[in-house]
Design a binder for this molecule. Structure first.
Ligand SMILES: [Ca+2]
Length: 285
């Protein structure tokens, strides 16, 4: 049973905890294992090339030149300086999509295999309703199965579908940003949730009473940090106010070694642009 570690909202002017300090992208380009300093020894290079947990990248914005770095499901794209997780043109209704980083995977275990890999990722999401009412939402995903599931529009958020939902074979852990109450089990139309192989969140938290509206068309800055030694996953979401929430979650119960990181999203009767305007990722251990 996964239980919340803590949750609180603080005015935006208050200082963030060290654990999840929000940082603007400070550099561009991609740094990977092979970009070690020249002083690194050959032994380290060999070790790094085989076992290093060093996924790291930064995109302060997105352009067409970045397309080769990502996998796109049909209709997903880079447009308007952002990753468009679902189609940004044409028929946008009842669509789902995924955009994943394709250059390298995140290793589940750290280099010494003494603990799960710690990481921090930060992104700016912008959800823009297209016909007045939002639907359905998006999610940051960690998965061993990066391909988009069929029939995963609407309530399924590009994460699962009516056949696969709940199966451990999905091998996906997601933090969802849900913009529509899809059914009785859905909390509301404006919440964050931790999803483990299912869109029925293990734990979810409403944002409306914190004056955060995911589908306002205004940027939401998100920082997610995983402490592999403590097996804790933390999220900070900031719009006008800040939302902080943490869960104990052992990723090794649900995922295997090579983890793809990315985003999933969907629309339904109601449509929205599911946009990621910037994204950086840093492996911490
Ligand atoms: Ca929903």
């Amino acid at each position: 049973m996964i239980e919340s570690t803590s949750a609180y909202a603080t005015p935006i002017e208050e200082r963030l905890p060290e654990l999840v300090a929000m940082a603007s992208p400070s550099h561009t380009g991609i740094r990977r294992c092979i970009a070690l300093p020249a002083s690194a020894t050959l032994a380290i290079l060999i070790l790094c090339s085989s076992t290093c947990s060093c996924l790291q990248f930064s995109y302060p914005t997105f352009g067409n030149g970045d397309e080769a770095d990502f996998s796109f499901s049909p209709g997903s794209s880079i447009a308007n300086g952002a990753l468009q997780i679902t189609p940004a043109t044409g028929d946008m209704s009842h669509r789902s999509g995924r955009v994943c980083y394709a250059r390298e995977t995140l290793k589940l275990w750290n280099s010494n295999r003494t603990a799960l890999t710690s990481f921090r990722t930060e992104f700016v999401l912008n959800i823009l309703p297209q016909n007045g009412t939002a639907g359905e939402g998006m999610a940051f995903i960690l998965t061993n199965n990066p391909g988009l599931p069929g029939n995963s529009s609407g309530q399924w958020l590009g994460i699962t579908n009516s056949t696969t939902d709940g199966s451990p074979a999905n091998r996906i852990v997601a933090l969802e940003f849900d913009t529509r109450k899809s059914g009785r089990d859905d909390l509301d139309g404006n919440h964050v949730g931790l999803d483990v192989n299912s869109v029925n969140s293990v734990s979810s938290y409403p944002l409306s009473n914190l004056s955060i509206l995911l589908s306002s068309g205004s940027d939401v800055s998100v920082s997610i940090q995983y402490d592999g030694a403590a097996a804790e996953l933390w999220i900070v979401a900031t719009q006008r106010y800040r939302f902080v929430y943490g869960w104990p979650v052992d990723l090794s119960r649900y995922l295997t070694e090579d983890i793809t990181v990315g985003f999933a999203a969907s629309t339904g009767d109601h449509t929205e642009l599911n946009q990621i305007k910037s994204w950086n990722f840093t492996t911490l251990a």
